[in-house]
Design a protein around this ligand. Structure first.
Ligand code: NDP
Length: 499
Protein backbone atom coordinates (compact mmCIF):
# COMPACT_ATOMS: atom_id res chain seq x y z
CA UNK A 1 0.00 0.00 0.00
CA UNK A 2 1.32 3.47 -0.68
CA UNK A 3 0.23 6.71 0.82
CA UNK A 4 0.53 10.18 -0.57
CA UNK A 5 2.44 12.12 2.04
CA UNK A 6 1.81 15.75 2.80
CA UNK A 7 4.89 17.94 2.53
CA UNK A 8 5.52 21.67 2.98
CA UNK A 9 8.69 22.84 1.25
CA UNK A 10 10.81 25.02 3.57
CA UNK A 11 10.55 28.75 2.85
CA UNK A 12 14.00 30.14 2.28
CA UNK A 13 12.97 33.79 2.76
CA UNK A 14 11.49 33.29 6.23
CA UNK A 15 12.96 36.17 8.28
CA UNK A 16 13.55 33.80 11.24
CA UNK A 17 15.91 31.80 9.07
CA UNK A 18 18.03 34.78 8.13
CA UNK A 19 20.90 35.77 10.36
CA UNK A 20 23.37 33.59 12.17
CA UNK A 21 22.72 33.55 15.95
CA UNK A 22 26.06 33.81 17.78
CA UNK A 23 26.27 32.32 21.24
CA UNK A 24 28.74 32.38 24.12
CA UNK A 25 29.38 29.78 26.78
CA UNK A 26 28.32 30.60 30.34
CA UNK A 27 31.02 30.00 32.93
CA UNK A 28 30.89 31.34 36.48
CA UNK A 29 28.10 33.72 35.48
CA UNK A 30 30.09 35.26 32.59
CA UNK A 31 29.34 34.88 28.89
CA UNK A 32 32.64 33.82 27.35
CA UNK A 33 34.11 32.53 24.07
CA UNK A 34 36.27 29.41 23.91
CA UNK A 35 39.82 29.97 25.15
CA UNK A 36 41.03 29.09 21.65
CA UNK A 37 38.60 31.56 20.06
CA UNK A 38 37.43 28.76 17.75
CA UNK A 39 33.78 28.27 16.83
CA UNK A 40 31.43 25.67 15.35
CA UNK A 41 28.65 26.59 12.94
CA UNK A 42 25.29 24.85 12.62
CA UNK A 43 23.47 24.52 9.33
CA UNK A 44 19.70 24.04 9.43
CA UNK A 45 18.95 20.42 8.45
CA UNK A 46 15.77 21.64 6.78
CA UNK A 47 17.36 24.49 4.85
CA UNK A 48 20.63 23.22 3.33
CA UNK A 49 23.30 25.89 3.10
CA UNK A 50 21.79 28.14 5.79
CA UNK A 51 23.92 28.69 8.88
CA UNK A 52 21.58 29.31 11.79
CA UNK A 53 23.96 29.46 14.74
CA UNK A 54 27.59 29.73 15.79
CA UNK A 55 28.84 28.42 19.13
CA UNK A 56 32.24 28.41 20.84
CA UNK A 57 34.30 25.28 20.19
CA UNK A 58 35.21 24.48 23.76
CA UNK A 59 38.20 22.33 24.70
CA UNK A 60 39.36 20.39 27.73
CA UNK A 61 40.69 23.68 29.15
CA UNK A 62 37.24 25.27 28.84
CA UNK A 63 35.62 22.25 30.47
CA UNK A 64 38.14 22.50 33.31
CA UNK A 65 37.44 26.18 33.97
CA UNK A 66 33.68 25.48 33.98
CA UNK A 67 34.22 22.61 36.43
CA UNK A 68 36.32 24.94 38.61
CA UNK A 69 33.47 27.50 38.59
CA UNK A 70 30.92 24.84 39.56
CA UNK A 71 33.27 23.49 42.25
CA UNK A 72 33.79 26.95 43.77
CA UNK A 73 30.03 27.64 43.67
CA UNK A 74 29.44 24.35 45.46
CA UNK A 75 32.26 24.55 48.02
CA UNK A 76 31.93 28.18 48.99
CA UNK A 77 29.01 29.76 47.12
CA UNK A 78 25.58 30.54 48.52
CA UNK A 79 23.53 27.94 46.62
CA UNK A 80 24.08 24.77 48.68
CA UNK A 81 23.72 26.83 51.86
CA UNK A 82 20.41 28.49 50.98
CA UNK A 83 17.16 27.23 52.43
CA UNK A 84 15.07 25.00 50.22
CA UNK A 85 12.52 27.81 50.05
CA UNK A 86 15.07 30.29 48.72
CA UNK A 87 16.27 27.86 46.05
CA UNK A 88 12.70 27.02 45.19
CA UNK A 89 11.75 30.66 44.55
CA UNK A 90 14.61 31.13 42.07
CA UNK A 91 13.85 27.84 40.31
CA UNK A 92 10.19 28.78 39.99
CA UNK A 93 11.19 32.10 38.41
CA UNK A 94 13.34 30.21 35.88
CA UNK A 95 10.28 28.13 34.93
CA UNK A 96 8.25 31.31 34.52
CA UNK A 97 10.97 32.83 32.39
CA UNK A 98 11.08 29.79 30.08
CA UNK A 99 7.31 30.10 29.72
CA UNK A 100 7.63 33.80 28.87
CA UNK A 101 10.23 33.03 26.18
CA UNK A 102 8.61 30.02 24.54
CA UNK A 103 8.56 31.56 21.08
CA UNK A 104 12.25 32.42 21.04
CA UNK A 105 13.32 29.05 22.46
CA UNK A 106 11.03 27.11 20.13
CA UNK A 107 12.35 29.02 17.12
CA UNK A 108 15.94 28.18 18.07
CA UNK A 109 15.09 24.47 18.28
CA UNK A 110 13.07 24.51 15.07
CA UNK A 111 16.11 25.94 13.29
CA UNK A 112 18.85 23.87 14.93
CA UNK A 113 17.07 20.53 15.48
CA UNK A 114 14.85 20.87 12.41
CA UNK A 115 11.75 19.95 14.42
CA UNK A 116 8.30 21.42 13.78
CA UNK A 117 7.83 24.66 15.69
CA UNK A 118 4.38 23.60 16.94
CA UNK A 119 6.01 20.58 18.60
CA UNK A 120 8.88 22.71 19.94
CA UNK A 121 6.44 25.15 21.60
CA UNK A 122 4.80 22.25 23.45
CA UNK A 123 8.19 21.02 24.66
CA UNK A 124 9.16 24.47 25.93
CA UNK A 125 5.88 24.71 27.86
CA UNK A 126 6.48 21.28 29.36
CA UNK A 127 10.05 22.29 30.27
CA UNK A 128 8.66 25.25 32.21
CA UNK A 129 6.38 22.80 34.04
CA UNK A 130 9.36 20.62 34.91
CA UNK A 131 11.15 23.57 36.51
CA UNK A 132 8.05 24.59 38.46
CA UNK A 133 7.39 21.05 39.70
CA UNK A 134 11.02 20.59 40.80
CA UNK A 135 10.89 24.02 42.47
CA UNK A 136 7.93 22.86 44.54
CA UNK A 137 9.63 19.64 45.56
CA UNK A 138 12.95 21.34 46.28
CA UNK A 139 11.57 23.09 49.35
CA UNK A 140 10.48 19.85 50.97
CA UNK A 141 13.31 17.36 50.49
CA UNK A 142 13.39 15.25 53.58
CA UNK A 143 15.62 12.81 55.43
CA UNK A 144 14.63 10.17 57.99
CA UNK A 145 14.78 9.66 61.73
CA UNK A 146 14.93 6.38 63.69
CA UNK A 147 13.63 6.54 67.20
CA UNK A 148 13.63 2.81 67.85
CA UNK A 149 17.37 2.22 68.31
CA UNK A 150 17.26 2.07 72.09
CA UNK A 151 16.83 4.70 74.77
CA UNK A 152 20.37 6.04 74.31
CA UNK A 153 20.46 6.24 70.51
CA UNK A 154 18.73 8.37 67.94
CA UNK A 155 19.29 7.70 64.23
CA UNK A 156 19.23 10.50 61.66
CA UNK A 157 19.50 10.15 57.88
CA UNK A 158 20.55 13.41 56.27
CA UNK A 159 20.07 14.12 52.59
CA UNK A 160 23.00 16.14 51.28
CA UNK A 161 23.70 17.43 47.75
CA UNK A 162 26.03 15.12 45.78
CA UNK A 163 28.27 18.02 44.67
CA UNK A 164 29.22 19.06 41.14
CA UNK A 165 27.13 17.34 38.46
CA UNK A 166 28.28 17.02 34.84
CA UNK A 167 25.43 16.65 32.36
CA UNK A 168 25.79 15.69 28.68
CA UNK A 169 22.66 16.05 26.58
CA UNK A 170 21.78 14.92 23.04
CA UNK A 171 20.44 16.85 20.08
CA UNK A 172 16.84 15.67 19.91
CA UNK A 173 15.21 17.47 22.88
CA UNK A 174 17.92 19.79 24.18
CA UNK A 175 15.90 22.09 26.43
CA UNK A 176 13.49 19.40 27.58
CA UNK A 177 16.15 16.82 28.45
CA UNK A 178 18.16 19.56 30.18
CA UNK A 179 15.03 20.52 32.14
CA UNK A 180 14.51 16.90 33.18
CA UNK A 181 17.92 16.97 34.87
CA UNK A 182 19.17 20.45 35.84
CA UNK A 183 16.27 21.42 38.16
CA UNK A 184 16.58 18.10 40.02
CA UNK A 185 20.35 18.52 40.39
CA UNK A 186 20.26 22.14 41.55
CA UNK A 187 17.07 21.50 43.52
CA UNK A 188 19.05 18.95 45.54
CA UNK A 189 21.62 21.72 46.17
CA UNK A 190 24.20 20.67 43.57
CA UNK A 191 25.95 22.83 40.99
CA UNK A 192 26.08 21.88 37.31
CA UNK A 193 28.27 21.89 34.22
CA UNK A 194 26.35 20.96 31.09
CA UNK A 195 27.50 20.19 27.55
CA UNK A 196 24.70 20.22 25.01
CA UNK A 197 25.14 18.60 21.60
CA UNK A 198 27.19 20.78 19.27
CA UNK A 199 24.32 20.56 16.75
CA UNK A 200 21.75 22.08 19.10
CA UNK A 201 23.33 24.17 21.84
CA UNK A 202 21.34 27.41 21.43
CA UNK A 203 18.33 26.75 23.65
CA UNK A 204 20.46 25.42 26.55
CA UNK A 205 22.64 28.53 26.46
CA UNK A 206 19.56 30.77 26.41
CA UNK A 207 18.02 28.82 29.29
CA UNK A 208 21.19 29.34 31.36
CA UNK A 209 21.11 33.07 30.54
CA UNK A 210 17.47 33.23 31.62
CA UNK A 211 18.41 31.40 34.83
CA UNK A 212 21.11 33.99 35.51
CA UNK A 213 18.58 36.80 35.00
CA UNK A 214 16.17 35.01 37.34
CA UNK A 215 18.75 35.23 40.14
CA UNK A 216 20.58 31.90 39.97
CA UNK A 217 23.96 32.62 41.61
CA UNK A 218 27.07 32.60 39.43
CA UNK A 219 28.64 29.20 38.87
CA UNK A 220 25.55 27.15 39.74
CA UNK A 221 24.77 26.44 36.09
CA UNK A 222 27.66 26.50 33.61
CA UNK A 223 27.36 25.70 29.91
CA UNK A 224 30.38 24.52 27.90
CA UNK A 225 29.86 23.93 24.20
CA UNK A 226 31.89 21.82 21.81
CA UNK A 227 32.45 18.18 20.89
CA UNK A 228 31.74 15.29 23.20
CA UNK A 229 35.19 13.78 23.21
CA UNK A 230 36.80 17.20 23.93
CA UNK A 231 34.39 18.49 26.56
CA UNK A 232 31.78 15.99 27.75
CA UNK A 233 34.27 13.22 28.41
CA UNK A 234 36.18 15.51 30.78
CA UNK A 235 33.12 15.50 33.07
CA UNK A 236 33.43 11.73 33.50
CA UNK A 237 37.19 11.90 34.09
CA UNK A 238 37.65 14.96 36.29
CA UNK A 239 38.04 14.40 40.03
CA UNK A 240 36.13 17.60 40.83
CA UNK A 241 32.94 16.28 39.22
CA UNK A 242 31.02 14.11 41.68
CA UNK A 243 28.28 12.79 39.41
CA UNK A 244 27.88 12.50 35.66
CA UNK A 245 24.68 12.15 33.68
CA UNK A 246 24.66 11.20 30.01
CA UNK A 247 21.83 10.87 27.50
CA UNK A 248 22.58 9.58 24.01
CA UNK A 249 23.84 6.50 22.24
CA UNK A 250 24.79 3.20 23.83
CA UNK A 251 28.22 3.54 22.23
CA UNK A 252 29.04 6.75 24.11
CA UNK A 253 27.10 5.59 27.18
CA UNK A 254 29.55 2.71 27.55
CA UNK A 255 32.50 5.14 27.39
CA UNK A 256 30.98 7.46 30.00
CA UNK A 257 29.90 4.55 32.22
CA UNK A 258 33.32 2.96 32.22
CA UNK A 259 35.12 6.26 32.84
CA UNK A 260 32.77 7.01 35.72
CA UNK A 261 33.48 3.51 37.04
CA UNK A 262 37.24 4.00 36.81
CA UNK A 263 36.96 7.32 38.60
CA UNK A 264 34.37 6.04 41.13
CA UNK A 265 31.70 8.62 40.54
CA UNK A 266 27.96 8.47 40.40
CA UNK A 267 26.59 7.93 36.93
CA UNK A 268 23.18 8.22 35.29
CA UNK A 269 22.72 6.93 31.73
CA UNK A 270 19.74 7.20 29.38
CA UNK A 271 20.55 5.32 26.19
CA UNK A 272 17.50 5.06 24.03
CA UNK A 273 15.23 2.16 23.19
CA UNK A 274 13.25 0.07 20.76
CA UNK A 275 9.82 0.54 22.32
CA UNK A 276 7.13 -2.10 21.77
CA UNK A 277 3.51 -1.06 21.15
CA UNK A 278 1.48 -4.19 21.89
CA UNK A 279 -2.12 -4.28 20.64
CA UNK A 280 -4.48 -7.01 21.86
CA UNK A 281 -7.53 -8.03 19.81
CA UNK A 282 -10.05 -6.24 22.08
CA UNK A 283 -8.33 -2.83 21.82
CA UNK A 284 -10.03 0.38 20.69
CA UNK A 285 -8.37 0.45 17.28
CA UNK A 286 -9.03 4.10 16.47
CA UNK A 287 -7.50 5.30 19.72
CA UNK A 288 -4.61 2.87 19.35
CA UNK A 289 -3.90 3.85 15.74
CA UNK A 290 -3.67 7.55 16.60
CA UNK A 291 -1.13 6.99 19.35
CA UNK A 292 0.81 4.32 17.46
CA UNK A 293 1.29 6.70 14.58
CA UNK A 294 2.31 9.48 16.98
CA UNK A 295 4.54 7.14 18.98
CA UNK A 296 6.44 6.00 15.91
CA UNK A 297 6.62 9.20 13.87
CA UNK A 298 6.69 12.06 16.41
CA UNK A 299 9.87 14.10 15.89
CA UNK A 300 10.55 11.89 12.88
CA UNK A 301 11.13 8.96 15.23
CA UNK A 302 14.13 10.69 16.84
CA UNK A 303 12.93 10.07 20.37
CA UNK A 304 14.36 7.68 22.93
CA UNK A 305 10.86 6.56 23.89
CA UNK A 306 9.68 6.10 20.27
CA UNK A 307 7.37 3.11 19.85
CA UNK A 308 9.23 1.69 16.90
CA UNK A 309 7.92 -1.91 17.14
CA UNK A 310 4.22 -2.62 16.58
CA UNK A 311 3.26 -6.04 17.99
CA UNK A 312 -0.32 -6.69 16.97
CA UNK A 313 -2.82 -9.55 17.33
CA UNK A 314 -3.17 -11.37 14.03
CA UNK A 315 -6.97 -11.09 13.99
CA UNK A 316 -6.95 -7.27 13.92
CA UNK A 317 -3.58 -6.59 12.27
CA UNK A 318 -4.87 -5.74 8.77
CA UNK A 319 -7.53 -3.39 10.07
CA UNK A 320 -5.13 -1.65 12.45
CA UNK A 321 -2.42 -1.22 9.82
CA UNK A 322 -4.91 0.45 7.47
CA UNK A 323 -5.82 2.91 10.20
CA UNK A 324 -2.21 3.62 11.19
CA UNK A 325 -1.25 4.19 7.58
CA UNK A 326 -4.20 6.53 6.99
CA UNK A 327 -3.08 8.61 9.96
CA UNK A 328 0.57 8.53 8.92
CA UNK A 329 -0.51 9.86 5.54
CA UNK A 330 -2.10 12.85 7.26
CA UNK A 331 1.14 13.83 9.01
CA UNK A 332 2.37 17.07 7.52
CA UNK A 333 6.15 16.86 7.16
CA UNK A 334 8.27 19.81 6.12
CA UNK A 335 9.17 23.40 6.94
CA UNK A 336 9.95 23.44 10.67
CA UNK A 337 9.02 27.13 10.85
CA UNK A 338 5.55 26.61 9.38
CA UNK A 339 2.82 26.27 12.02
CA UNK A 340 1.05 23.69 9.85
CA UNK A 341 3.96 21.22 9.91
CA UNK A 342 3.64 18.32 12.37
CA UNK A 343 7.08 16.89 11.74
CA UNK A 344 10.31 18.48 10.52
CA UNK A 345 13.65 17.19 9.31
CA UNK A 346 16.06 14.56 10.56
CA UNK A 347 19.00 16.01 12.49
CA UNK A 348 21.51 16.00 9.63
CA UNK A 349 22.23 14.41 6.29
CA UNK A 350 24.51 11.70 7.66
CA UNK A 351 21.65 10.62 9.93
CA UNK A 352 19.29 10.70 6.95
CA UNK A 353 21.65 8.31 5.16
CA UNK A 354 21.74 6.06 8.21
CA UNK A 355 17.93 5.88 8.34
CA UNK A 356 17.72 5.29 4.58
CA UNK A 357 20.37 2.57 4.97
CA UNK A 358 18.27 0.76 7.56
CA UNK A 359 15.26 0.89 5.24
CA UNK A 360 17.31 -0.66 2.43
CA UNK A 361 18.61 -3.31 4.81
CA UNK A 362 15.07 -4.14 5.93
CA UNK A 363 14.04 -4.68 2.31
CA UNK A 364 17.13 -6.76 1.57
CA UNK A 365 16.43 -8.89 4.66
CA UNK A 366 12.99 -9.73 3.26
CA UNK A 367 10.65 -7.36 5.13
CA UNK A 368 7.95 -5.61 3.12
CA UNK A 369 7.46 -1.85 2.88
CA UNK A 370 3.79 -1.31 3.70
CA UNK A 371 4.09 2.44 3.18
CA UNK A 372 6.71 5.19 2.96
CA UNK A 373 10.39 4.36 2.70
CA UNK A 374 11.28 7.43 0.65
CA UNK A 375 12.73 10.93 0.85
CA UNK A 376 10.26 13.81 1.00
CA UNK A 377 11.01 17.04 -0.84
CA UNK A 378 13.97 17.89 -3.04
CA UNK A 379 16.54 18.92 -0.45
CA UNK A 380 16.57 18.86 3.33
CA UNK A 381 16.75 15.77 5.52
CA UNK A 382 13.06 14.82 5.33
CA UNK A 383 12.02 11.16 5.43
CA UNK A 384 8.50 9.77 4.93
CA UNK A 385 6.75 7.92 7.78
CA UNK A 386 7.59 4.30 6.98
CA UNK A 387 5.84 1.07 7.97
CA UNK A 388 7.39 -2.36 7.52
CA UNK A 389 5.47 -5.63 7.70
CA UNK A 390 6.82 -9.17 7.69
CA UNK A 391 9.59 -8.24 10.10
CA UNK A 392 11.53 -11.06 11.75
CA UNK A 393 13.11 -10.64 15.20
CA UNK A 394 16.64 -11.14 13.91
CA UNK A 395 16.50 -8.33 11.32
CA UNK A 396 18.36 -5.08 12.05
CA UNK A 397 15.10 -3.10 11.65
CA UNK A 398 13.73 -5.20 14.52
CA UNK A 399 16.73 -4.85 16.79
CA UNK A 400 18.55 -1.54 16.30
CA UNK A 401 17.47 1.90 17.42
CA UNK A 402 17.04 3.46 13.97
CA UNK A 403 16.06 6.87 15.37
CA UNK A 404 14.02 7.62 12.28
CA UNK A 405 10.34 7.41 11.27
CA UNK A 406 10.37 3.65 10.79
CA UNK A 407 7.79 1.31 12.36
CA UNK A 408 8.49 -2.44 12.27
CA UNK A 409 5.39 -4.64 12.54
CA UNK A 410 5.12 -8.12 14.07
CA UNK A 411 1.98 -10.28 14.42
CA UNK A 412 1.08 -12.64 17.25
CA UNK A 413 -1.66 -15.19 17.82
CA UNK A 414 -0.92 -16.05 21.45
CA UNK A 415 -0.54 -13.34 24.14
CA UNK A 416 2.54 -15.16 25.48
CA UNK A 417 4.16 -14.60 22.10
CA UNK A 418 3.38 -10.88 22.36
CA UNK A 419 5.17 -10.56 25.70
CA UNK A 420 8.15 -12.56 24.40
CA UNK A 421 8.39 -10.32 21.32
CA UNK A 422 8.08 -7.16 23.44
CA UNK A 423 10.97 -8.31 25.65
CA UNK A 424 13.09 -9.56 22.74
CA UNK A 425 15.41 -6.54 22.75
CA UNK A 426 18.47 -5.43 24.67
CA UNK A 427 16.64 -2.16 25.38
CA UNK A 428 14.04 -1.49 28.09
CA UNK A 429 13.05 2.16 28.08
CA UNK A 430 9.40 2.43 27.04
CA UNK A 431 6.45 0.16 26.23
CA UNK A 432 2.71 0.42 25.73
CA UNK A 433 -0.17 -2.02 25.70
CA UNK A 434 -3.62 -1.59 24.14
CA UNK A 435 -6.62 -3.55 25.43
CA UNK A 436 -10.08 -2.88 26.81
CA UNK A 437 -9.44 -5.31 29.64
CA UNK A 438 -7.46 -3.58 32.36
CA UNK A 439 -6.36 -6.90 33.87
CA UNK A 440 -4.92 -7.99 30.51
CA UNK A 441 -3.14 -4.64 30.25
CA UNK A 442 -1.70 -4.71 33.75
CA UNK A 443 -0.69 -8.36 33.52
CA UNK A 444 1.13 -7.65 30.26
CA UNK A 445 2.83 -4.44 31.35
CA UNK A 446 4.03 -6.03 34.59
CA UNK A 447 5.91 -8.61 32.53
CA UNK A 448 7.43 -6.20 30.01
CA UNK A 449 10.83 -4.94 31.10
CA UNK A 450 10.66 -1.19 30.57
CA UNK A 451 10.80 1.87 32.80
CA UNK A 452 8.25 4.13 31.14
CA UNK A 453 4.99 2.47 30.16
CA UNK A 454 1.43 3.18 29.16
CA UNK A 455 -1.83 1.23 29.06
CA UNK A 456 -4.07 2.60 26.33
CA UNK A 457 -1.75 5.51 25.73
CA UNK A 458 1.68 6.41 24.43
CA UNK A 459 4.04 9.32 24.90
CA UNK A 460 2.40 11.23 27.75
CA UNK A 461 4.71 12.31 30.54
CA UNK A 462 4.32 14.14 33.81
CA UNK A 463 6.97 15.65 36.08
CA UNK A 464 5.65 13.54 38.99
CA UNK A 465 6.56 10.11 37.63
CA UNK A 466 10.14 8.82 37.39
CA UNK A 467 11.53 7.83 34.01
CA UNK A 468 14.52 5.73 33.06
CA UNK A 469 15.58 2.48 31.51
CA UNK A 470 15.72 -1.21 32.30
CA UNK A 471 18.37 -3.43 30.71
CA UNK A 472 20.72 -1.63 28.30
CA UNK A 473 18.56 1.49 28.14
CA UNK A 474 20.42 2.90 31.09
CA UNK A 475 20.95 3.39 34.77
CA UNK A 476 19.04 5.67 37.12
CA UNK A 477 15.77 7.57 37.18
CA UNK A 478 14.89 11.17 36.42
CA UNK A 479 11.86 13.19 37.57
CA UNK A 480 9.42 12.80 40.42
CA UNK A 481 10.63 12.58 43.99
CA UNK A 482 12.99 9.73 43.04
CA UNK A 483 14.80 12.05 40.63
CA UNK A 484 16.42 13.92 43.54
CA UNK A 485 18.06 10.69 44.74
CA UNK A 486 20.34 10.74 41.68
CA UNK A 487 21.86 13.97 42.94
CA UNK A 488 21.82 13.35 46.70
CA UNK A 489 24.11 11.63 49.16
CA UNK A 490 22.58 10.08 52.26
CA UNK A 491 24.51 10.33 55.50
CA UNK A 492 23.53 8.53 58.65
CA UNK A 493 24.22 9.91 62.11
CA UNK A 494 24.09 7.73 65.19
CA UNK A 495 23.51 10.13 68.04
CA UNK A 496 24.38 8.77 71.48
CA UNK A 497 22.24 10.44 74.08
CA UNK A 498 23.40 10.89 77.64
CA UNK A 499 21.17 11.58 80.59
P1 NDP B 1 25.93 10.43 20.75
O1 NDP B 1 25.70 9.49 21.86
O2 NDP B 1 27.20 10.35 19.99
O3 NDP B 1 25.86 11.94 21.30
C1 NDP B 1 25.12 12.36 22.42
C2 NDP B 1 25.91 13.40 23.21
O4 NDP B 1 27.10 12.82 23.69
C3 NDP B 1 26.34 14.62 22.39
O5 NDP B 1 26.34 15.78 23.19
C4 NDP B 1 27.75 14.22 22.01
O6 NDP B 1 28.55 15.30 21.66
C5 NDP B 1 28.22 13.59 23.28
N1 NDP B 1 29.39 12.73 23.12
C6 NDP B 1 29.84 12.05 22.02
N2 NDP B 1 30.99 11.40 22.30
C7 NDP B 1 31.27 11.66 23.59
C8 NDP B 1 32.31 11.27 24.47
N3 NDP B 1 33.31 10.46 24.10
N4 NDP B 1 32.27 11.73 25.75
C9 NDP B 1 31.29 12.53 26.17
N5 NDP B 1 30.28 12.94 25.39
C10 NDP B 1 30.26 12.50 24.12
O7 NDP B 1 24.70 10.37 19.81
P2 NDP B 1 24.68 10.68 18.24
O8 NDP B 1 24.40 12.08 18.09
O9 NDP B 1 25.91 10.16 17.55
O10 NDP B 1 23.45 9.76 17.78
C11 NDP B 1 23.70 8.41 17.47
C12 NDP B 1 22.57 7.54 17.93
O11 NDP B 1 22.44 7.65 19.34
C13 NDP B 1 21.21 7.93 17.40
O12 NDP B 1 21.01 7.46 16.12
C14 NDP B 1 20.32 7.29 18.43
O13 NDP B 1 20.18 5.93 18.16
C15 NDP B 1 21.10 7.46 19.72
N6 NDP B 1 20.65 8.63 20.49
C16 NDP B 1 19.84 8.43 21.57
C17 NDP B 1 19.33 9.50 22.25
C18 NDP B 1 18.44 9.33 23.42
O14 NDP B 1 17.58 10.16 23.65
N7 NDP B 1 18.66 8.31 24.24
C19 NDP B 1 19.59 10.87 21.84
C20 NDP B 1 20.50 10.98 20.74
C21 NDP B 1 20.99 9.90 20.09
P3 NDP B 1 29.08 15.37 20.12
O15 NDP B 1 27.87 15.40 19.27
O16 NDP B 1 29.85 16.60 20.16
O17 NDP B 1 29.92 14.16 19.87
Amino acid sequence: MTAHYRFIAPRLDDPRLLGDRRYSMLIGGASVPALSGETITRESPAHPGHIVSTIPKGSRADAERAIAAARAAFDSGPWPRMTGAERSRIMYRIGESIEANIEELATIEALEVGKAISQARGEMGYSAELWRYAAGQARGLEGETYNDLGTNTLGLVLREPAGVVGIITPWNFPLLIGSERIPWAIGAGCTVVIKPSEFTSGSTIRMAELAREAGLPDGVLNVVTGYGADVGQVFAEHPDVDAVNFTGSQRVGRVIGSLAGQNIKRVGLELGGKGPQVVFSDADLDAAAAKISGGAFHCSGQACIAGSRLIVADSIADKLLEKVEALAAKIVTGDPLNDASNVGALIHHAHFEKVAGYVEEGKADGATIYSGGTRLGEAGAFFAPTIFTGVKPEMSIARDEIFGPVLSTFRFSDPEEAIALANDTPFGLSACVWTNNLSTGLQAIRRIKAGRTWINGMGDGTPQMPIGGYKQSGIGRELGRHGFDEYSELKNIHVTLTR
